[in-house]
Design a protein around this ligand. Structure first.
Ligand code: NAP
Length: 329
């Protein structure tokens, strides 16, 4: 099969190679998927450039997420999967060197979810890391129905899904963004209130919008960068799910304040989140995508041999949604 790989970490244009690899076979409990789309997320780039971790295997086919058609089922897997359109996550993760930047992937059936007919393969490949992370962060502290949820970075891939899932789940959503264009994207996703965090006093606006009550739960894209600006706008007993902290990776956390206000922190990473939570995310995302009332954002598409350009597009930091590579066009 045609695939992209790297044997050492470094800049995408220098280390990503295109060529032929042996097509994997579905093992015990596994499916093989013929991939039509591969999602590129920031963490795929971080793994490739070495900023996250050292090389875990001598050779790595990058990318976690994808979508395609099941063309082989391994022992112990229901044959009705054959020929079904699916999306998947945790491709190049958790002990697997082969990711989705290739024509085929074989992986546990647990990581594969049926894709509705009215969702394209490219859209399906946006559901892995971005939507699963949004789901986990949204529900990590319990149900959000009737609650006020703050989603920071609401125009981002994860943030935009968090807004949409929070509305689907019955929450009131306050979104932060950095520009009018991003505000429009947050509103289109269903945000009830939008705050420009560069121009406005976030905590004051949170208290104004909630009539002094404060926010119940936060889906946070930059805990270190936003903590001090947002904390006064949270109610006592609130919770903060943290999926990134790039503004300050080692922030000084005011534990005494958090303790006296019973505010809980939930730092999380998707690939190794509890299996039950990931299964619930897959099942909720299936119900939510079936509503038809959702925005699944493809930022750009590239052919497989231009995977290095796709990685570069993610690294520029201005993507709107998820950058997709198409192994089969
Ligand atoms: N923990 C996990 O499992 C997990 C899963 C997925 C992603 N991530 C990480 O989460 C981050 C975002 O991923 P993504 O794919 O959603 O990226 P993205 O599509 O580029 O979105 C990031 C968004 O965050 C906004 N932002 C950045 N700093 C902000 C701040 N201080 N306050 C409010 N908004 C801010 C950005 O807008 P402005 O620049 O205009 O502010 C942008 O809209 C990456 O670092 C990624 O590695 C972690």
């Amino acid at each position: 099969m045609r695939a992209i790989w790297y044997d050492r970490q470094g800049p995408a244009a220098e280390v990503l190679t295109v060529g032929e690899l042996l097509t994997p076979e579905a093992g015990l409990g596994e499916l093989r998927v013929r991939l039509h789309a591969s999602g590129v997320n920031p963490s795929d780039c971080n793994r490739r450039d070495g900023s996250h971790n050292a090389m875990e295997y001598p050779r790595i086919v990058p990318n976690s997420d994808g979508a395609g058609v099941v063309d082989q089922v391994g022992p112990g897997v229901d044959k009705t999967w054959l020929g079904r359109r699916v999306w998947l996550y945790n491709g190049q993760r958790n002990g697997r060197w082969m990711g989705t930047a290739s024509e085929y992937i074989a992986l546990s059936a647990d990581l594969v979810t049926l894709l509705p007919d009215n969702v394209s393969f490219a859209q399906g490949a946006t559901l892995g890391i971005p939507c699963m992370t949004a789901h986990r962060c949204l529900f990590i502290a319990g149900p959000v129905q009737g609650r006020v949820v703050l989603v920071t970075g609401a125009a981002g891939a994860v943030g935009n899904y968090a807004v949409q899932l929070a509305k689907w789940a019955g929450a009131t959503v306050i979104a932060t963004v950095s520009s009018p264009v991003k505000a429009e994207r947050a509103r289109a996703a269903g945000a009830d209130h939008v705050i420009n965090y560069r121009d406005e006093n976030v905590a004051a606006r949170l208290l104004e919008v909630t009539r002094g009550a404060g926010v119940d739960h936060v889906v946070e894209v930059d805990f270190g960068g936003n903590m001090h600006a947002a904390l006064p706008g949270l109610r006592d007993g609130a919770s903060i799910a943290i999926y990134a902290t790039n503004g300050n990776r080692t922030p000084q956390v005011p534990v005494h304040t958090l303790m006296f206000r019973n505010i809980s922190l939930y730092p999380m990473i998707l690939p190794t989140s509890p299996l039950e939570a990931r299964r619930r995310a897959q099942s909720d995302i299936t119900r939510w995508t079936a509503t038809g009332d959702r925005i699944l954002s493809v930022a750009a598409t590239f052919p497989l041999h231009e995977t290095a350009a796709a990685h570069a597009a993610v690294e520029r930091g201005d993507k709107v949604g998820t950058v997709i590579v198409e192994p089969i066009r």
